[in-house]
Design a protein around this ligand. Sequence first.
Ligand code: ME8
Length: 516
Amino acid sequence: MADPFYITTAIHYPNGRPHIGHAYETIAADVLARFHRLRGREVRFQTGTDEHGLKMAQKARDLETTPRQLADEMSGYFRALFDDLDISYDRFIRTTEAEHHRASQEMWRRMEATGDLYLDRYEGWYSVRDEAYYDESELTDWEGGEKLSPQGTPVEWTVEESWFFRLSAYQDRLLTLYRDNPGFIRPESRRNEILRFVEGGLRDLSISRTSFDWGVRVPGDESHVMYVWVDALTNYLTGLGFPDETGDMLKFWPADVHLIGKDITRFHTVYWPAFLLSAGLAVPRQVFAHGFLLNRGQKESKSLGNVTDPGALARQYGVDVLRYFLLREFSFGQDGSYSAEAIINRANAELANSFGNLAQRVLSFIAKNCGGRIEAGALPGDADRALRERVHRVCAVELPGQFEELAFAAGLEAWMQAVYACNAYVDEQAPWALRKTDPERMARVLATLCDCIRMLAIAISPVIPKSCAKILDALSIPAEDRSFAALDTNSAHGVIMVDSPTPVFPRLEVGGGGTP
Ligand code: ME8
């Protein structure tokens, strides 16, 4: 039976339209989901929207609408964007779903049954933008006596009756978890940050609110709604049918990886495992915090007028170009800065001029000059074997090894080097010259190249699925032979049928798009 793999993104606040950070995280998760499917695993991939909390309530009030209407409208934009970006999610969850309320209330009851909840009064700082409580010592002074959170957001002094979770009792268990599972928090820089935070001591956490009612009701105390992060984190269980612990819960929990941005590491690696331990559930295997994307070095914001619609970027440059760029350009886990020129340069140099050109010149040559059919009679020579071995090693070993570690840029760098090697081989072997002098040798060269293009396309198909499907269609590769397991078959020995390909990666111009 296939080995199950459960991957989630953070669920996004639908208090506005999706931005490039949302697209980045969801594309990366999609690449990983597709990659593991092609490796033969049974994948469950979940994304969605986080619809409760003060931030949603306040935004709705500002817009003179209801939080429900705001959530309905904005959640639709997220879903539409993810469909446009070819995100292959299995479940798009919305936290306003009745099932999710049931799951969150069950989590609450379990934590209460363990004796970890008590009623008290919260007096302290809260950031609505981060939906986070902060200790005084974490804040910095700002103009006019105001204070700012470590994320640079405003905080307000909050006093209200609240249920508390005994987080302080979990310090040792959390430190043991981090020590026993060094891969639980990645990358290393985030792990160190969290270790320092937890070693410094934990205070009990306020987990309910009484000053507004847009949230999941606290079971048995209807005047409280849950703190939004209690319900938000529970989404990862709701999607598997929790509280039913048979079926998908049994198959997919604990999650293999929660993919999140670096700003929400504390919620996922401190609060979430503590809630799970309290509720008697297993903790996720890994939380991976990626970096932040900046627009020409600056954070996108309405006041700077530099907010980019990721859907517009995809329409302008192509979905696969955007997907490739985002994973290739930045080291996953670190921050990155993007610009139109960077997207265009990367797409032209690597997709259009290298991989696209390789596929185009080889396949159209066969379609035009060999009637779309080649059968290599001559035995492979050293150069043919060396190229095939190299491309096979990159596609079957190096790229997968890097992707397993979420080192996408390094995996794609190895892949690109293999593409360059193929282009160098075309130039050296010059099949167009062999056509007159040695047709048998020409057939061997072309068959080797078709086999290499097949491997390169399969290996990178999690990143650029539509483009690879076109190339594999042109090579007449059946759907069932488009997996990593199929890389071990050498297709250069049989008859290869080739359809005339349509150009897959148009050259992009600065100031314009491509003509797909
Ligand atoms: O934090 N670059 O939602 P969110 C890269 N609802 N990633 C970015 C980014 C940027 N510029 N800006 C945000 C929330 N992100 C909560 C999560 S999970 C149980 C609840 C990432 O809409 C951010 O780090 O503010 C997070 O992982 C995701 O986008 C959603 O952010």
